[in-house]
Design a protein around this ligand. Structure first.
Ligand SMILES: Cc1ncc(COP(=O)(O)O)c(C=O)c1O
Length: 366
């Protein structure tokens, strides 16, 4: 069977009966917006993450944007983040009117280099968005220490890291808020768009409840100008089921990744790091290879898919020309952008496929 970067059809086949029943129940209930599945999933997700509150929203992008709004970030403020991430991370900052300030990544982990954050803090800095890229938690202890010293909020971008852990704390439980995406390709994905914000802060929670629902807590009363950003009831019903499988699926991803790393470490391929105390969930297994185009061509000839997610770091995107960054400003992100390559690591891969992918990539870099 052909190998694909993702296999959502096989994943669905495994849980079809449960999903079909849950979706039919919602259809029969006639409760499509903010029904019992949304509130139950918010509670279950908060408990899973180890926080007091969770608010379902329409996407991961909205989770980031609404978090920043709830914290009070706007025009004239600066928010520090990584340039090696999906565009939505900085886009959410820009939506508020604030300015994204990029800090280069640690070449070992592909996550924001905490030792470079302090130099980027100014009087205008209001928050840091560490991104747990590929499913590996960013180095949160120094991030939280710097935030505390300078009175900054921390918005964790957990879009790729549901279930990952940093010294036994789940992603989404360390910052002011944690922002999750349930985009179908994520390691916890729904069947459309969806997102979640987690927080321990009662005031932020109250503001999020208002912001995501037209500024209203009771019908007909609007306390502020808000937005329409809700997690859909059908998606919540699907996610309640998928959450029960998340740890098992993450373990399978880890098993596939362990095989890759065992083969690649001696083959001249830079493998993903997993610093001590961290639990990587391998939303993506991303390596660095020399001569990437040649390697990709060889892989494709052997039927092995591979994908380059963020070849152009955000500080060099046309949309951010006005920020004045230039090539060379973020050397680690730029170098990684030229060398990185993601290969399939999803839980539906057979052992034979994992072995085949590992062998083909090891051969391709020779
Ligand atoms: C790191 C990161 N942040 C934010 C997002 C935005 O999430 P969504 O697509 O649900 O808006 C994504 C995924 O798309 C992502 O990978």
């Amino acid at each position: 069977m052909a190998i694909s970067m993702l296999d959502l059809k096989s994943e669905y086949a495994q849980i079809k009966n449960e999903i079909d029943t849950a979706v039919k129940d919602v259809l029969a209930s006639g409760a499509f917006i903010l029904g019992p599945n949304v509130s139950a999933f918010e509670k279950e997700f908060a408990q899973y993450t180890g926080v007091k509150h969770a608010v379902g929203v329409a996407s991961g992008t909205d989770a980031l944007f609404l978090s920043l709004k709830a914290i009070g970030i706007g025009q004239g403020d600066e928010v520090i983040t990584s340039p090696l991430t999906f565009f939505a991370t900085s886009e959410a900052i820009s939506y508020t009117g604030a300015k994204p300030i990029f800090v280069d990544v640690d070449p070992a982990t592909h996550n924001i280099d905490a030792s470079k954050i302090e130099k980027a803090v100014t009087k205008k800095t209001k928050a840091i968005i560490p991104v747990h890229l590929w499913g590996l938690p960013a180095d949160m202890d120094p991030v939280m220490r710097i935030a505390k010293q300078h009175g900054l909020s921390v918005v964790e971008d957990c879009a790729q890291a549901a279930g990952a852990q940093y010294n036994s704390k789940r992603t989404g439980s360390m910052g002011t808020t944690g922002c999750f995406s349930f985009f179908p390709t994520k390691n916890l994905g729904c069947y459309g768009d969806g997102g979640m914000i987690t927080t321990d802060d009662d005031n932020i929670y109250e503001r999020l409840k208002l912001l995501h629902l037209h500024g209203s807590k009771s019908r007909g009363i609007h306390e502020m100008i808000g937005y329409n950003s809700r997690l859909d009831e059908i998606q919540a019903a699907i996610l309640r089921i998928k959450l029960r499988y998340l740890d098992k699926w993450n373990d399978l991803r880890r098993k596939n990744a362990a095989h890759y790393t065992s083969v690649f470490s001696s083959a001249g391929i830079k493998c993903p790091a997993e610093p001590k105390g961290l639990r990587h969930v391998y939303h993506q297994y991303t390596v660095e290879v020399p001569n990437r185009e040649t390697v990709m061509k060889k892989l494709s000839e052997k039927g092995v898919p591979a994908f380059v997610y963020y070849p152009n770091p955000l500080h060099l995107q046309k949309a951010y020309d006005d920020l004045g960054y230039k090539k060379g400003d973020m050397p680690a992100s730029e170098r990684i952008g030229d060398a990185m390559l993601s290969i399939p690591v999803h839980p539906e891969l057979s052992e034979d496929s994992v072995k085949m992918i590992a062998d083909r990539l090891a051969e391709a870099v020779k």
